[in-house]
Design a protein around this ligand. Structure first.
Ligand code: B12
Ligand code: SF4
Length: 495
């Protein structure tokens, strides 16, 4: 079968700092190719819709699969599905990915026949099964499939080991356009999948049912050895939870003399506990680290069920500074913040040497707060669910909230991209330009076009064609949280 896999376009607000290769889609492509199908990928982060049309005309796919990791991309993907269905003969259209897994029925109904199936959960198992079922019109028999003719039995299939399939990296044609900050170009790799914590605002743990699988050190090193780019984004939700795993991969990379620059995301308590392994990775090329601090005070951390104290967070920053790793911190902005709160955060952000990133508290389907947040959502427009817009009532008038948010981001940004900071990056910029890499350099000038309070406010007045379902408010006792899982606890045996 000819299978075309498509990643939607990047969200404006994330494209400023990075554009990353769609690793999940590449892994699905790897699995589908291993099953004997012809596969191509179009990534709309780096291609135009016109190029997608031309690819479709040349390749004439029997099926088209879309990646829907992000809620904000749902309207775009429904529209693209309609576009595919206007072709003659019309291909079979399916979608899969993180966000759509939690609202499969809703999206299927919204697409009005343009989407034939939603595959919930990880796609490496389900996608080849779906393709094998199509000649017999048996898509609805695939576990995890939600189709117009019925829903597959039981929970979606889960890989016993994440060592295989290998991501089909060769199918991405514009690899040099992927970057993160100064790591330009950069590839993505996965050392572990899932998260054992249970923060109330996050759906990483509900998707994988709190399971946690690790790639073998050999498989991780094999994959890295195939990566041509000098920069590497490690996509794990929390890197190096188990120090012996991080050590074993490091040993394998040292043995094979693989040298890269790395970016990873982790938690304060993990960094504090496993300092030696991070030290070792620093020597191996760890350059940037993202720490989800989320809140500066104990009450805020408690509310988010982050299970760390402010003291842990601040000690972790000290450790990261000693390591000499550049750190970006995330803080969650509650829409109830007032002018004074923004001012305090601005002051703090200017005092610390780290890059501070702000995301707006947003209940997503699949998170606990989707069910427990008592404040009523002010919008159900998918496109606003990108953690840069407020979808809960703001204490300040909305226009003022955005002015404060953008002012805070601009102040923080000036700290890092101002004249003095630019002088420091001049060497890096020069090196990139010599190698024809312009992603990072272009980013430096895009800030004001992207972060703009009036534009963010105007986003709320766009005509809305597709809306999220209304959340159902329920109290979730600890044991009820399992109802949120896509991959069920019973499957954890496969870890
Ligand atoms: C790496 C990552 C990114 C990368 C994305 C790289 C890329 N181009 O795909 C970057 C840093 C760019 C990013 C940005 C953002 N991210 Co992000 N990201 C992640 C993270 C940590 C890991 C994703 C990953 O690569 N996993 C490894 C691969 C192998 O898995 P996967 O992509 O999920 O793919 C599997 C399945 O989803 C499925 N699948 C995927 N595609 C398809 C397609 C088909 C056809 C099928 C059948 C199956 C399928 O099968 C794959 C293999 O098992 C997840 C958390 C998580 N654990 O998933 C958050 C996560 C997906 N991101 C999130 C958010 C909020 C964002 C941002 C909106 C934040 C922001 N405002 O900046 C942006 C928006 C990005 C955009 N659209 O432009 C949320 C999603 C929230 C939501 N419900 O929409 C998550 C869940 C984090 C969280 N816990 O809140 N992100
Ligand atoms: S925020 Fe981080 S630590 Fe918390 S559940 Fe999500 S991935 Fe895990």
């Amino acid at each position: 079968m000819r299978v075309l896999l498509v990643h939607p376009s990047a969200l404006m607000y994330s494209e400023l700092f990075l554009r990353l290769e769609p690793l999940g889609l590449e892994r699905v492509a790897g699995a589908v190719r291993d099953a004997g199908h012809q596969v191509r990928i179009i990534d709309l982060q780096t291609h135009t819709v016109g190029e997608l049309d031309r690819e479709v005309a040349r390749f004439r796919p029997d099926t088209v699969g879309f990646s829907l990791n992000y809620l904000a991309n749902v309207p775009e993907v429904i529209d693209l599905a309609h576009r595919m269905k206007r072709l003659r003969p019309a291909p079979y259209v399916f979608v899969g990915g993180h966000s759509v897994s939690f609202i499969a029925q809703h999206v299927l109904a919204q697409a009005g026949g343009a989407i034939d199936a939603v595959l919930r959960g990880e796609g490496e198992v389900a996608a080849p099964l779906l393709l094998a079922a199509l000649p017999d019109r048996a898509a609805h028999e695939v576990p995890g499939a939600v189709t117009v003719t019925g829903t597959g039995p039981g929970a979606p299939g889960m890989l016993a080991s994440i060592d295989a399939p290998l991501p089909a990296r060769d199918l991405l044609r514009r690899r040099r356009q992927y970057f993160i900050g100064v790591l330009d170009p950069a590839a993505s790799v996965e050392f572990a999948r899932g998260c054992p914590w249970d923060c109330s605002f996050c759906s990483a743990w509900t998707f994988y049912g709190r399971s946690y699988r690790r790639a073998s050190p050999e498989a991780a090193a094999d994959d890295l050895a195939r990566v041509p780019e000098p920069g590497v984004f490690i996509v794990d939700d929390v890197a190096f939870i188990r120090p012996e795993h991080g050590d074993a991969i490091a040993a394998e990379l040292e043995r094979r003399n693989i040298r890269k620059q790395y970016y990873l995301e982790t938690r304060a308590d993990v960094l504090l506990r496993n300092q030696e392994v991070f030290q070792r990775w620093r020597r191996l090329g760890l350059a940037y680290m993202f720490l989800g601090m989320e809140a500066l005070d104990a009450e805020g951390l408690e509310l988010l069920r982050k299970r760390v104290s402010p003291d842990d967070n601040f000690r972790a920053l000290e450790v990261a500074r000693r390591l000499g790793v550049a750190v970006a911190i995330n803080l969650i902005v509650d829409p109830q913040w007032d002018t004074e709160r923004f001012r305090l955060v601005r002051r703090w952000a200017l005092e610390v040497p780290e890059i501070v990133h702000l995301s707006v508290m947003t209940p997503y389907p699949g998170t606990e707060i989707w069910y427990t947040e008592s404040r009523k959502l002010t919008s159900l427009d998918y496109r606003l669910f990108d953690i840069q817009h407020a979808v809960l009532p703001t204490k300040l008038p909305l226009a003022e909230f955005y002015r404060e948010l953008v002012k805070t981001q601009a102040v923080i940004n000036r700290k890092h991209l101002g004249v003095a900071a630019l002088a420091k990056t001049a060497r890096i910029v020069g090196r990139h330009l010599r190698h024809g890499q312009t992603n990072f350099v272009r980013m430096l000038w895009k800030f004001h076009r992207t972060y703009n309070a009036q534009r963010q406010l105007a986003d709320h007045s766009r005509p809305v064609r597709y809306e999220l379902p209304q959340p159902r408010h329920v109290a979730l006792a600890p044991r009820d949280r399992r109802q949120l899982y896509i991959h069920t606890a019973a499957q954890r045996g496969v870890v």
